[in-house]
Design a protein around this ligand. Structure first.
Ligand SMILES: NC(=O)c1ccc[n+]([C@@H]2O[C@H](COP(=O)([O-])OP(=O)(O)OC[C@H]3O[C@@H](n4cnc5c(N)ncnc54)[C@H](OP(=O)(O)O)[C@@H]3O)[C@@H](O)[C@H]2O)c1
Length: 341
């Protein structure tokens, strides 16, 4: 087992309290903890980038879901990429770059079975948390496998300037959608959707009711809605969908910090007359698409036809603030935290 130097202790983020409504910095605690030497079959990884994602908000609640809640007073976890510094596992050597699930800490000791080697020469490491990682596969599988995008479809995506949404819009365009409309939360994001990501139209959902702005952007209606937001966005999309329209229910971020039941959509019954398909999706069901996704999206990245935008926050100590900023909409593309050297 070849080894590089690892410190005796390192920092990790713990869940200090379960939020009521919007999370606050005091819900997180930065803790110094021992760095464990890897046992048989394990590796020790120095994390280089951490992912902060909207689903982590749900894990702060003590509610059973498709993924277990974070434990109070224990380290949080999530996507991370880093370099192996010590290995007691066959096939892994110091210096290997790996993707794994023990984020929110500077160093991670884990069973090598839960790590995937990634190629830092093929793409920047952070891309494996974003455009070539979980959000990328979510966009690709959600649009193509769940949404069954067809050439000529008119597509609307909410959360369009985020990690998933920015890729949904770009992939829809590359796959021949006849209209791609996106919504986002600032004038700057809206401008970037049209100028840099090739959306046909975009609007700021804070400017006026979503239904009005969607009707102006897609006067003939839409065939496919990719929902990252829920609430009034979903209600507006149900109104705009044509007969046999499809809605991919990927996320409902507008409701993640709500303490009361949502007011919208009020028109869900329209799904009947229009014979709509509203289909929930979880990216974990679509692992089989991974090779096709990496080949196709990787190709578009290399050719420059698709952009994998990132917002990078520097410093492990800023990870909790980066997560809170993500919920507030400070990011364009994938929000990642870069650790120091
Ligand atoms: N089903 C799955 O397997 C799966 C997998 C990955 C992600 N997701 C879901 O997909 C969605 C996007 O995830 P992501 O990782 O790509 O995050 P993201 O879009 O990069 O970041 C979250 C964005 O949500 C927007 N937002 C926050 N509050 C909002 C509100 N009240 N109304 C409208 N927009 C709001 C903010 O942008 P603005 O400035 O535009 O408000 C923020 O930048 C989330 O709902 C997430 O839970 C689902």
């Amino acid at each position: 087992m070849a080894e590089q130097a690892a410190p005796a202790t390192a920092r990790e983020w713990h869940l200090a309290a379960r939020p009521q409504g919007w999370p606050v910095p005091a819900d997180f605690a930065l803790v110094e903890a021992p760095v464990r030497t890897p046992g048989p079959g394990e590796i020790l990884v120095r994390n280089a980038y951490l992912s902060v994602d909207p689903y982590m908000r749900g894990r702060m609640n003590d509610v059973a879901s498709y993924i277990p809640p974070f434990r109070l007073g224990a380290p949080m976890d999530g996507g991370a990429v880093g370099y192996v510094v010590a290995s007691a596992a066959e096939g892994f050597a110091p210096g290997d770059a790996v993707l794994h699930g023990l984020g929110w800490r500077e160093y991670a000791t884990l069973d090598a079975k839960h790590a995937v080697k990634v190629d830092p020469a093929a793409a920047p490491l952070s891309a494996y948390l974003g455009v070539l990682g979980m959000p990328g596969l979510t966009a690709y599988a959600g649009l193509l496998a769940v949404g069954a995008l067809k050439e000529g479809d008119k597509v609307f995506v909410s959360g369009a300037a985020g990690a998933v949404g920015s890729l949904v819009g770009q992939i829809a365009r590359l796959k021949g959608a006849s209209l791609v409309v996106g919504s986002a939360g600032s004038a700057e994001k809206v401008a970037r959707l049209v100028d840099e990501y090739g959306f046909d139209a975009a609007f700021n959902y804070k400017d006026a009711p979503v239904a009005e702005q969607l009707a102006a952007a897609a006067p003939e209606g839409i065939d496919l809605y990719f929902d990252n937001v829920g609430g009034d966005h979903l209600e507006a999309a149900i109104g705009a969908l044509g007969v046999h329209g499809r809605a991919v229910l990927c996320g409902a971020i507008a409701q993640y910090n709500d303490t009361t039941a949502p007011a919208a959509p009020r028109n869900l019954a329209m799904a009947i007359g229009k014979r709509l398909r509203l289909e929930g999706m979880l990216v974990g069901d679509h692992a089989a698409l991974q090779p096709q996704f990496v080949a196709e999206v990787g190709g578009w990245l290399r050719s420059g036809e698709l952009r994998g935008e990132e917002t990078v926050v520097d410093g492990f100590e800023n990870a909790a603030e980066a997560f809170l900023d993500l919920l507030r909409g400070a990011n364009t593309g994938k929000m990642v935290v870069r650790l120091d050297g």
